[in-house]
Design a protein around this ligand. Structure first.
Ligand code: TYD
Length: 203
């Protein structure tokens, strides 16, 4: 049986990961490799409704409630989109996943990391990505890229986003086999080349 792959794209808001995910999908499609794209929060159907709440709800949201909404969306994404595709031998590219919850709700909001890891494990049924790219960029640059129209998460402040960045680098240090950090201040083309050279070893 052909082996599927589950690859996640992580990093600060405005780090360019969505552009890189799209470029990689085009590259794989040209090679005739079937690729499925998904995102968290979101994906399709119910996931997109949860996304709308998470990014646009303008009332009070407790940190724990926020975490559970991201986790509920994750369970849906894994069960409905990721798992069936990987089992068919396809490559799934996912924009944000478990490491976003550790970085944003754990390091950013200050929730207990052991508990987040445990809850992530429940949401994914223990399935971890085969490969994760973290696109690292300084907070000033990423916030400039996001611009003035910020969603609920992007408006959380500079200190919050500095903690998120540090969090990603710390998580990557703990799992160097799975997580590859890429300098996202390079040109789009250079980043794309680095992504491909890392991925080639998995194909
Ligand atoms: P999105 O528009 O997808 O951001 P980006 O285009 O930068 O990926 O919005 C997702 C936001 O939700 C982003 O600010 C990160 C945040 N988030 C969490 O805080 N925790 C999570 O578990 C996930 C998946 C996302």
């Amino acid at each position: 049986m052909k082996k599927g792959l589950f690859i996640t794209f992580e990093g600060a808001d405005g780090c360019g990961k969505t552009t890189q995910m799209t470029l990689l999908a085009e590259y794989l499609n040209k090679k005739g490799i079937k690729t499925v794209l998904t995102r968290e929060p979101g994906g399709k159907g119910l996931g997109e409704k949860v996304r709308d709440i998470l990014l646009n709800y303008d009332g009070e949201v407790s940190d724990r409630c926020e975490s559970f909404l991201f986790l509920a969306d994750r369970a849906q994404n894994i069960d409905i989109i990721v798992k069936p595709a990987v089992e068919k031998g396809e490559i799934v590219l996912c924009d944000r996943h478990i490491d976003s919850t550790a970085a944003y709700q754990g390091y950013g909001r200050g929730l207990n990391l052991d508990r987040i890891n445990m809850l992530n494990n429940i949401a994914t049924n223990g399935k971890k990505p085969d490969l994760t790219f973290v696109f690292d960029i300084d907070v000033d640059t990423s916030m400039k890229r996001v611009g003035k129209e910020k969603d609920r998460m992007e408006s959380a402040g500079i200190e919050f986003h500095n903690r998120v960045r540090k969090g990603y680098l710390e998580i990557a240090r703990q799992e160097p086999e799975r997580i590859k950090v890429i300098d996202a201040s390079q040109t789009i083309e250079d980043i794309h080349k680095e992504v491909i050279s890392i991925l080639e070893t998995y194909l």
